[in-house]
Design a protein around this ligand. Sequence first.
Ligand code: ATP
Ligand code: MG
Length: 417
Amino acid sequence: MSNPVIVVHYHELFLKGRNRRFFLGKLFTALRQALQGVPVERIEQPGDRFLIRLGAGAPLDEAIRRVERVLGVAYYAVARPVERDMEALCAAAWEEIESLRFGTFAVRAKRSDKSFPANTMEIESTVGRHLLEKFRTQGRDVSVHLNDPEITCRIEITPGPLLVYARKIPGAGGLPANTAGRILCMLSGGYDSAVAAYHMMKRGAHLSFVHFYSTGARPGESSLHVANGLMRALVPYQFRAKLHRVPLDAIQREIVRYAPEDVRILLYRRMMWRISEVIAKRDRALALVTGDSLGQVASQTLRNLAAVDAVTRMPIFRPLIGTDKMEILATARKIGTYDISSEPFHDCCPVFMPRSPALHASPEELMEAEAKLDIDSLIEMGVHGTTVEKFRYLNGRVEVIQVKPRILADQQRAALA
Ligand code: ATP
Ligand code: MG
């Protein structure tokens, strides 16, 4: 028997106008990258869908797991390949829908191979009649409903075997990866920021990541391995990404030394925002994204969010701002970050945590609290201390390479000039 074929459908909504070719090209690339290492004969595009013809010995379960993650896929189905014969087609269609429960159905054929003797109307009515008779003989109360059927039995007439499928499985949805420009995500080790990253990737953004960590953590307690784990879970959605790792403790010590206790956390965050803005600009990102959710913790009251944001000019996106923790955790489970974020780690933020953090700070108050700090040199300290890891998704696995921070390369170049 021929190898299985996965039929992939996308929503037409994002394909209006001249962008169509661009988006479909990206979706095609994404399917190819996602399936790297799984034998694929070829991926065809006969009209408004993709046909992934798996190669000999391809593991179907693994292929499905990979396709499930591809952003921009509205739904997919595993099709039965059938020999090019009307009787075989009728039998395969029956096998496909016999066990499904429904009251109304339709048969829809698409013919990209015009050499097949019957036209689509003939195929639809022949197969439809056959199915109806089979249901009647079984005493099942099923009727044909062409406009709004509960189940559609789809038939593809393409060169090679005919294809039949009726079970549509929802895909990841959204827009194809890497179609919307670049954003820098502030990734902590917690649940929220990884989920926020996924939401933005799902709208086609390409994310780079920045993680602030404390060097004082004992071995095995560092937040770096959690950030690394989250990257490994997130990278397969967009195939490659950079992680900027910024040591924060020296900066925190300065804040503890020179600023009032109740606004410490907000000042840490203002420094994170400032350093992230520098990194974002260098990385040609146009916005920042965080995992904030309104009122979740003291630093996420409306006033505190606004008082922290006052230090940057870049747009800051917060896709989780109106969501509940339960919804966030459900998404974390779905995208595979939940277990990683559940690991204990040394979070840099609660370090020197004040006993009663300010709930409603104003930008002016925070500016005053920062009066004794040399903000520019603290930014520079953070940026200079940054190291970068590059993640790539290759053959179904995530690879990491350490790269020289750009700042060092720049300095070397300046020294040589
Ligand atoms: P999360 O579950 O993502 O850690 P949280 O509920 O713990 O979020 P905070 O610790 O106040 O909330 O952080 C809010 C947001 O600030 C995070 O979602 C993240 O975007 C950013 N952030 C916090 N800590 C860090 C960090 N160490 N490195 C990078 N970004 C951070
Ligand atoms: Mg956190």
